[in-house]
Design a protein around this ligand. Structure first.
Ligand SMILES: NCc1[nH]cc(CCC(=O)O)c1CC(=O)O
Length: 312
């Protein structure tokens, strides 16, 4: 018998993801006859305190992660559930990702006012997003659209769609699905129009590297297919050194070829206006290799210049 303390941010999405993951762990415990109980401990992160300023301007990776990792390291909590796409590339010494559960829908989506899809939006329509990646790709697809910044948690943004007169906003489908707000989505953007963020739709369940009980439990929650696709995307991000402020998109999926699992990865790097946009793809059995192949292809075609410009 052990009580596992789960640290969680207090945004509606974080609470939902934490509760859904605990529910899945409880089902595993019932099935495997494991005597664990779970308790949620609220944690406030820097990212939560500065939501009223543009997050990308504040910079620094892992604004939503640092305080939670400190609580893991000092034993205040035993487990934390993060959105994979908010996870920095490197984990602090002593912490590991114990499970990557089955991925939700990785796509971005449009939430149009009055049910409008992308093709229904009038010339010059106002679109709310504060993601450089979504803005660049949408602008490349529809140069006429006026893209404006919109901030806050998912719930706040949905409210602002109506209150601030946007014609549509862009969000990750995964968050809306998890919150039960699928019906607000008016169009799913295909990866051809908008490549998602690295790890979008996936969760990272983090714990201490020496916590044997929790590691054993989490291994039962891990989804090996999701782990493979996320590994390819994150290798690409790591090699592009995505810390700087530049639109980067990636999407990996699996296919079976002659009985073997093959990872197919598409990657994109762009100037913020979407005018200089590079896209490359690769496939293979080793996700890390596929990630570095796409990174090398992008760098060889000039992604290094785009990255250097963004650093200036
Ligand atoms: N940037 C915040 C964030 N982190 C994870 C999600 C959505 C869920 C996910 O991608 O797993 C969101 C909101 C959004 O981008 O719409």
């Amino acid at each position: 018998m052990r009580n596992i303390i789960v640290g969680s941010r207090q945004s509606t999405l974080a609470i939902t993801q934490t509760n859904q993951t605990i529910q899945a762990l409880r089902e595993i415990c019932a099935r495997e006859d494991l005597a664990y109980t779970f308790e949620v401990k609220p944690i406030v992160t820097r990212g939560d305190r500065i939501l009223d300023v543009t997050l990308s301007k504040v910079g620094g990776k892992g604004l939503f992660v640092k305080e939670i990792e400190e609580a893991l390291l000092n034993g205040e909590i035993d487990l934390a559930i993060h959105s994979m796409k908010d996870m920095p590339f490197d984990l602090p010494e002593g912490l590991v990702i114990g499970a990557i559960p089955l991925r939700e829908d990785p796509r971005d989506c449009l939430i149009g006012r009055e049910g409008k899809g992308l093709a229904d939006l009038p010339i010059g329509a106002r679109i709310g997003t504060s993601s450089l990646r979504r803005a660049a790709q949408l602008q490349a697809h529809r140069p006429d659209l006026r893209i404006e910044s919109i901030r806050g948690n998912i719930d706040t943004r949905l409210r602002k769609l109506d209150e601030e007169g946007f014609d549509a906003i862009l969000l990750a489908a995964a968050g809306l699905h998890r919150m039960g707000w699928k019906d607000r989505i008016t169009e799913y953007l295909s990866p051809e129009v908008c490549l998602p963020a690295v790890g979008q739709g996936a969760l990272a369940v983090e714990c201490r590297g020496d916590d044997k009980d929790v590691l054993a439990l989490l291994s039962l929650l891990n989804d090996p297919d999701t782990e493979r696709t996320v590994a390819a995307e994150r290798r690409l991000l790591g090699l592009l050194n995505g810390g700087c402020q530049i639109p980067i998109g990636a999407f990996a999926r699996l296919e079976t070829s002659d009985g073997a699992s093959v990872v197919l990865l598409q990657g994109m790097v762009s100037s913020p206006d979407g005018i200089s946009m590079l896209k490359e793809s690769a496939s293979g059995s080793d996700p890390l290799r596929v990630g570095s192949d796409v990174a090398q292809a992008l760098l060889g075609r000039g992604a290094d210049h785009l990255l250097a410009e963004a650093r200036e």
